[in-house]
Every structure is written in C-alpha cells, then in structure tokens.
Design a protein around this ligand. Structure first.
Ligand SMILES: [Cu+2]
Length: 436
C-alpha cells in the first residue's frame, strides 16, 4: 500500500506541474476559453437546445447521415465526466429529442481475489481527482477540451468522431444502398494508482449511446500473491503470481425522455418451446411492467427498456430506449454487485452504487441494493453493473493492453424508421406492399 500511495503522489505532483506551466504560459486564462469547441456543422440550427450550460461546456456534433447530438459536459471530482441534457436529433425530426438528463459513472469497485484489498475507486480512492492531461496524438481528428476540475483546468476531454463501419446495406432491384456510420466520441482518462481508466461515451448516428470503461496502465506490483492459487504467473517461470481481481463498473442513468423524468420500465422475457413431432420450435415473448424498484438479473432472452411517458414516434408508438449490456462477470461478493441492473426511484442523495458518501444528505443506506425497497417508480433511475474478472496474463505487463467493459442503450421506436433511411426508401414504412 505504501508503495502504491508513493507512486500516486509522484504522478499527482507531475500533473499539477504541467497545469501550472500551462497557466503561466498564458495558454489558458479562464474556463470559458477551452482549447476549442467540438467541430460544429455549418448548417446546425442556431438555437442551442442544451440549456443550462455555457458555450465552453456544450458539445454539439452533426454526424454523417444528418443526426445531431447535443449535450452539456461537466467534470465532477468524484464521478469524473458527467453528461447532462443529452439530446438526439435525426435528420427528419424537427427538434431535438431529449434522452438523458444525467449520465455518469457510479462506481468502480475492485475486490482482489485473495480478500486482501478492496477499493471503491470513485468515492473511496480519488478516481475523479486524478484526471490526466491528454496528448494531441491521442485525440485523432478531434479537439481536446479544457475541463474544470475543481479549481484546476485540465486539457483532459477528447471530443472527436470515429467511423464504425457499415450503418446499413441493402441490395434491392439491382441497386445497392449502403452507408458508413460515424459516432461522436468523448473520453477522459483517470488514474487510480497503477491503473489508468479510459471512460468513453459514444453517440452514434443511429441513436445508440454506448459507454465503455477501459482499464490500462500497469498491474499493481503490490498485488502479487505468495502462491496461494489466486493469481497467474507473470514474468519468468512460476515465481511471481499477479493476484486476480474484479473490476465492477457501475453507471447511473437519469433518463429524461422527451423532456420528462417520468419513464416507465418494462422487462421482456422470451420462452422457447422445443418442437413436438415434426414441428419447429416456438417462442413466446412476455412483457412485465416494472412498477416498483427492481434488482434485475440478466438471463438469456431477457431485456429491459425505458419507455417515454409522453413521446410517441410518427407511427404512434411510444418512444423508448433499450438496455444492451456488454459481456459481464457478475460478482457475488457484495450485495450491490450481485445484480446486473437496478431501477430505483430518484432520490438526490443516491449518487454512487456503493460507498455513497451522501448519508448525511438523507440517505439511510450507502449502496444501491439497499435503495431497492419496494417504492413505486415515478422517476426511475437506472444503474448498470458490468463486471470483468481480471486474471492477468504475461501480455498485461505495462503498458497493459486496454480491457473494455460497458453497455449500450439503443433506440426502440424513437423514430418511425431507421433514422438514416435514404430518401428513396422513406415510404417503405410498414408491411412491404402496404407502403404509404
Ligand atoms: Cu485489472
């Protein structure tokens, strides 16, 4: 532990010096003069529908295919990067559709397999305080924005775009329609001892939002066990065993679909019945409204969505966003890591999935599992938990290849059709042959 703290102190001192040099050189004067704003499309509407933030903290990006994303960003010394008022405007929509009021990390919980170390990095181990300055080369094609971290200014937020391959492809009547997708990408890097965490948010032209946390840096040199069978041999022979551990990452999503905090949560489960005789398997899908707080567990053919209380698409279907978790290794070690998703009714003091330091502000418990206590969901908050069990390998020695974990939310009936549909195909809505 002493060694770890020593390294952290050394690195912190270095970054403080870098900030001082910048300020002294007059490169940055106030928070309102960032290194640059995110690239803005020339034909973007003049009205900025991301209220409550200054130009310096506003992100607006029009992507190939005509979709515009808008949001406000700010930096919190515990949570790190926080996104507010995230809205999505596909090319055929007259105005932005609000998706999220707030989105942020809600904990990075790291228990080591030997029970000797356990960290709640956000609220217990200075994750947010150790925001790293980015080099221009690690923000290709984008702009590094200046972030106000407490009273410090750090050139630490990369806003850029990135290709994601085919958005769609259709071969019909001898013609090929195809489009290459682009995403708006935001990321910051936070240092926690030997690890560096890249927190990435991706906003796709098709309306999908994805967040991933990537762990890189170095394996902790203290956490090499003495051959108790809970590590993996790193280096020559079988002498040094790096202790295995988990990274349980939590996100907190406060939806504001169509501008209302009142979403409805639904769970869907599909049951497959094997065939009898010469028949084929049959599948039945059931919808369960989630009206009360829930600790949810992933299961094959199970998913959840957040349904807008007010908004409908042009087909008259309620707008919603569906949860799409990435690969996860659920950890049975603590009550708050035992479930994959939680829905709680909004309470201001409930901000971190574990080690929530807001007890004094009216929370009677300090972890998300305890907040699920039967309340009716009037303003549902979603908590996503994605775990990664890290059994180190020789390749993980520094610089450790980034290992990613995360989730997406994808639009379900937010627009009446694929938001990127080319004009030639816009009338293909409904059963083929019945188009209007
Ligand atoms: Cu790890």
């Amino acid at each position: 532990m002493d060694l770890k703290r020593a390294k952290r102190a050394r690195k912190k001192a270095a970054s403080a010096l870098a900030a001082a040099v910048l300020l002294g050189g007059g490169v940055l004067t106030t928070a309102a003069t960032p290194a640059g704003a995110a690239p803005k499309a020339p034909d973007a509407p003049a009205a900025a529908p991301a209220p409550g933030c200054s130009a310096a903290s506003r992100i607006e990006q029009k992507l190939d295919g005509g979709t515009t994303w808008r949001m406000c960003v700010h930096y919190d010394t515990e949570a790190g990067l926080v996104l507010n008022n995230v809205s999505y405007q596909p090319k055929a929509e007259p105005r932005p559709i609000k998706v999220l009021s707030t989105a942020k990390l809600a904990q990075v919980h790291v228990p080591y397999d030997d029970g000797e170390s356990e960290y709640d990095d956000l609220t217990g181990y200075d994750f947010g305080k150790n925001l790293l300055k980015l080099k221009p080369a690690e923000c290709p094609g984008g702009t590094i924005k200046t972030v106000k971290k407490g009273t410090d200014l750090v050139q630490g937020l990369c806003a850029t775009t990135r290709a994601r391959g085919h958005a769609y492809r259709l071969n019909e009547d001898g013609k090929v329609w195809q489009s290459q997708g682009k995403d708006l990408l935001l990321y910051v890097v936070n240092e926690v001892d030997w690890y560096e965490y890249i927190t990435e948010w991706r906003f796709s032209s098709d309306g999908t939002i994805t967040s991933n946390v990537g762990a890189t840096g170095s394996l902790s040199p203290d956490d090499y066990d003495a051959g108790d069978g809970r590590g993996w041999p790193i280096g020559k022979g079988a002498k040094d065993f790096s202790t295995s551990h988990s990274h349980n990452v939590f996100w907190r999503l406060n939806f504001g679909l169509d501008g209302s905090p009142k979403g409805r949560v639904e769970q869907y489960d599909s049951t497959v019945t094997p065939p009898t005789g010469n028949g084929s398997p049959r599948t039945k899908t059931a919808r369960t409204p989630v009206t009360k707080e829930l600790s949810g567990d992933l299961k094959t053919m199970r998913w959840w969505r957040m349904v807008s209380a007010t908004g409908k698409n042009k087909d008259g279907h309620a707008r919603s966003y569906e949860f799409v978790p990435g690969p996860t290794a659920r950890h049975a070690g603590r009550p708050f890591t035992k479930h994959d998703i939680y829905f709680t009714d909004y309470k201001a003091c409930e901000q971190y999935a574990s080690h929530n330091n807001a007890l004094i502000n009216g929370c009677t418990h300090n972890s998300v599992d305890k907040w699920v206590n039967g309340q009716t969901l009037k303003h549902p908050i979603a908590w996503v938990n994605i775990g990664f069990h890290h059994i180190a390998r020789d390749e993980d020695q520094e610089p450790m290849p980034v290992h990613w974990q995360g989730f997406s939310i994808t639009p379900r009936d937010v627009t009446a059709m694929n938001p990127l549909t080319p004009d030639d195909l816009r009338n293909h809505n409904g059963k083929p042959g019945n188009e209007r």
